[in-house]
Design a protein around this ligand. Structure first.
Ligand code: ATP
Length: 364
């Protein structure tokens, strides 16, 4: 499946592979009678980046391990370009799938040089070609000058880039990454993430990236597949998932929010902020009005609901406020630009500052 040609793009650019379509068809897997995957189907376009987003234990890693061939499903199929690599009568071993892997615990080999680490994935190449491709890949991730050094002299971010170089050097058409940036400090993580994304796009690799951070998924994914208890519960672009979550679960995963309980009546809910349409919910449904920390704002004069600031946390560029308002028995949390945030004790009017108010069925 991988395009194992030793050629590499112009200096500083990763040459493109031929992108592959990846299909999960009704995959199921149980451990000790408990369903880790409970019927997962998803079609991933050639060269698309899909992020699997979900809380710990929802089955993200199991899905990736099955796709890579490290784990077998109990039932269901995995197809690369419409061809089964896993099915009732088919199991293509990992090394024959031609996929790139970058797992959280995919440590570099300490006794091999950085160049040898990258060459590790190029066993099918002639030695001369393997060296050339590994060097070109190290150059692409900005580490060619360390080729003859050993991994321990590199920082965490640099080691991560070597791991990336090792995964992409054979130019796999499909890449699986499991929380690849979780070991990095936040600022470094942002940079490595952007670089990685740029490389994946240059290569036109079809990529599946596991994360439990919504922001990371939104930054990286062409689409996001949200998982819950072994199932995909929503698939869509960042905007679709963020603005139109199909459940309270998905809304919660996307962003912090205040949850105001309400009841659907005549196709609407009534809240302290007024009435909002309850699209798709039947009358009598117990619902939640989801007011995101960034979806509320304050003014001195109104309109809005009168409240009083009881807490203010400085968070660098922004401030997190707690405001008690008339008609609610818990404080609202609101995130505002630091220099626009009122002080503890101030009286302010709180209003809904979004075109996309969220009204979703209560979640048990
Ligand atoms: P995390 O974000 O914590 O890595 P995840 O979403 O990747 O979680 P999985 O690692 O796929 O979740 O695990 C899904 C479920 O399957 C969990 O309940 C986990 O305990 C269980 N599980 C996974 N692998 C095994 C195994 N080899 N043996 C027993 N149970 C397992």
């Amino acid at each position: 499946m991988s395009i194992a040609s030793p050629g590499w793009g112009r200096r500083g650019t990763a040459a493109a592979t031929i992108a592959a379509r990846l299909t999960f068809d009704n995959l199921a897997r149980s451990f000790d009678g408990k369903g880790a995957l409970r019927g997962v189907s998803l079609d991933i376009e050639p060269a698309e980046t899909v992020c699997l987003l979900g809380p710990s234990g929802c089955g993200k890693t199991t899905l990736l391990r099955i796709a890579a061939g490290i784990e077998r499903p109990d039932s269901g199929r995995v197809l690369f370009n419409h061809q089964e690599v896993v099915g009732p009568d088919v199991f293509t071993p990992p090394e024959k799938r031609g996929v790139g892997l970058m797992f959280q615990d995919f440590a570099l080999f300490p006794h091999l040089t950085i160049l040898q680490n990258v060459m590790f994935g190029l066993k099918n190449f002639e030695a001369k070609d393997a060296t050339r491709v590994a060097l070109a890949t190290l150059d692409r991730v900005g580490l060619a000058q360390y080729a003859e050094d050993f991994p321990h002299i590199l920082s965490g971010g640099q080691q991560q880039r070597v791991a990336l170089a090792r995964a992409i050097a054979p130019r796999p058409s499909i890449i699986f990454m499991d929380e690849p940036f979780s070991g990095l400090d936040p600022r470094l993580r942002d940079r490595i993430r952007e670089e990685t994304l740029a490389i994946l796009r240059e290569m036109r690799a079809t990529s599946v990236i596991v994360t439990h951070q919504a922001e990371e998924a939104m930054r990286m994914g062409d689409r996001i597949a949200v998982m819950r208890e072994g199932k995909i519960v929503q698939v869509g672009t960042s905007e679709e998932i963020y603005n139109h979550p199909n459940s309270l679960f998905v809304a919660r995963i996307c962003a912090e929010m205040n949850e105001i309980p309400c009841l659907v009546k005549n196709g609407e809910v009534e809240t302290v902020f007024g009435r909002f349409p309850a699209t798709g919910l039947e009358d009598g449904t117990e619902a939640v009005f989801g007011a995101r920390f960034l979806g509320l704002s304050v003014s001195k004069e109104g309109p809005g609901v009168l409240g009083r600031v009881i807490d203010r946390k400085f968070l660098g560029g922004s401030a997190l406020l707690e405001i008690v308002v008339n008609g609610l028995d818990f404080p609202l949390q609101i995130r505002l630009r630091e220099n626009a945030a009122p002080n503890v004790g101030d009286e302010v009017y709180v209003f809904v500052d979004t075109d996309m108010p969220l009204v979703l069925a209560k979640d048990d």
